[in-house]
Design a protein around this ligand. Structure first.
Ligand code: SAM
Length: 290
């Protein structure tokens, strides 16, 4: 893929919108071209984050419930595409695409029906669907829209939600966790079912985020070099926030296990790490010599 000046300008406009979105954004999909550009760049990068989440769930031997999956705020459908390509999504036979933009619904439907001819596709929210998938939407929702979505999510059996690792977005995702945790079990990244330890006053400066591994092509293809340079995105930094919830019983974790949050910070002679503990849900800061 080679970018024209026009295509780079379209992508740059989208980036500005995404970065400045706070509590509500009007529909911005203006053409099939913009969706195709998004799909080949931002969405592909989002897909790398989904690969990380799906591998994490696969390692925990967690699978999606049988039945229908809704990709809520589907855009070009990258989240459901990654799920259908992963072993954890093998029981999905119906996929419903939902977005306020009809342009995006048409784009995602066309792309996904070609990729997955054996899946039954519909458009619109499916309130009785077993699984709801949400990706990079939180920033764009007004408070009322988020509350309506939370009420709607209570009907699902499983929820998979991936967002960028911006601090305010991660903090909002913790709000979602707290609103839903009475009715769902917390599968990932949480290692306990209690109140999120990030809400303790001493953790106010932290946020829950993780780092996915970008694929080799991010550093070898000229498309990505141009994208990274123009958008000023460091492709090595593939950080994300995510949340996976399930109403079904989940396998217990080893009680003495801990989960790393973010990455280790390296200083001259020491490394500083943040972790959450299975046993008591506490967030702990570690300083170890290196
Ligand atoms: C940044 S895009 C992300 C698309 C896709 N989920 C992904 O991860 O690439 C956000 C999408 O959410 C949709 N959206 C935003 N607010 C919405 C709402 N209130 N109802 C339905 N869709 C919404 C937008 O139209 C857009 O397609």
């Amino acid at each position: 893929m080679t970018f024209t000046t026009d295509s780079l300008q379209r992508l740059a406009r989208l980036r500005v919108l995404f970065l400045n979105a706070h509590d509500g954004l009007a529909d911005y999909w203006d053409s099939e071209e913009s969706l195709a550009l998004y799909d080949a760049t931002f969405a592909e990068r989002i897909g790398w984050k989904w690969n990380f989440v799906l591998n994490d769930l696969d390692a925990r031997e967690w699978t999606l419930p049988d039945g229908t999956l809704v990709d809520w705020g589907c855009g070009t459908g990258v989240a459901s595409q990654k799920i259908l390509q992963s072993p954890i999504g093998s029981a999905i036979c119906n996929l419903s695409l939902f977005d306020r933009s009809t342009l995006s619904l048409d784009f995602a439907s066309k792309k996904l029906t070609q990729l997955f001819p054996n899946i039954h596709f519909t458009q619109g929210d499916a309130p009785n669907a077993e699984t709801v998938v949400i990706s990079h939407v939180l920033n764009e929702l007004s408070r009322d829209a988020l509350n309506a979505l939370l009420a709607r999510l209570n009907k699902a059996t499983a929820i998979l939600w991936v967002e960028p690792s911006l601090k305010h977005v991660s903090r909002k995702l913790i709000e979602v966790r707290e609103a839903l945790r009475e009715r769902f079990r917390l599968v990932a990244p949480c290692v306990h079912q209690a109140r999120c330890g990030m809400l303790a006053p001493e953790n106010e400066r932290h946020w829950c985020h993780h780092f996915a591994e970008p694929p080799q092509e991010a550093f070898t293809q000229s498309k990505w070099a141009k994208f990274s340079q123009t958008m000023q995105i460091d492709l090595r930094d593939l950080s994300l926030s995510y949340l996976v919830l399930d109403k079904r019983p989940i396998a217990p974790l080893e009680p003495r296990a801990k989960r790393l949050i973010g990455n280790a910070r390296l200083y001259k002679a020491t490394a500083s790490l943040l972790s959450v503990e299975v046993e008591n849900g506490r967030i702990k800061q570690w300083n170890t010599p290196i």
